[in-house]
Design a protein. Structure first.
Length: 101
């Protein structure tokens, strides 16, 4: 489910080049809203993780940089969470960080 409650095949969206960049951009905006508007820490962290994974997918599969944050900040955050995420998400985070430069 996405942050609007719609069914989303996250593996198809994020783990292959077949994921639509426009859908990724839309989800990125929703993740930012969730992160900034969260009522509790769990919701805030869900928004942050979704935000990071969307940026990783955009960078790796589409060569697109979604965030205006410095590349070092985003790539560093992805590399920090990558070892703690199960497959395929940890690999996606690491590959996305590398694709950012």
């Amino acid at each position: 489910m996405d942050f609007d409650g719609n069914p989303v095949d996250t593996k198809a969206m994020l783990c292959s080049k077949d994921g639509d960049i426009n859908s990724i951009r839309t989800q990125y905006q929703l993740a930012k809203q969730c992160f900034h508007g969260a009522d509790d820490e769990d919701a805030r962290m869900r928004g942050l993780l979704w935000y990071l994974l969307l940026m990783a997918a955009a960078a790796e599969h589409h060569g697109v940089r979604l965030s205006s944050q410095p590349v070092e900040t985003v790539a560093g955050a992805l590399l920090e969470v990558a070892p703690d995420l199960p497959d395929p998400w940890g690999d996606l985070a690491a590959r996305g960080a590398m694709a950012m430069g």
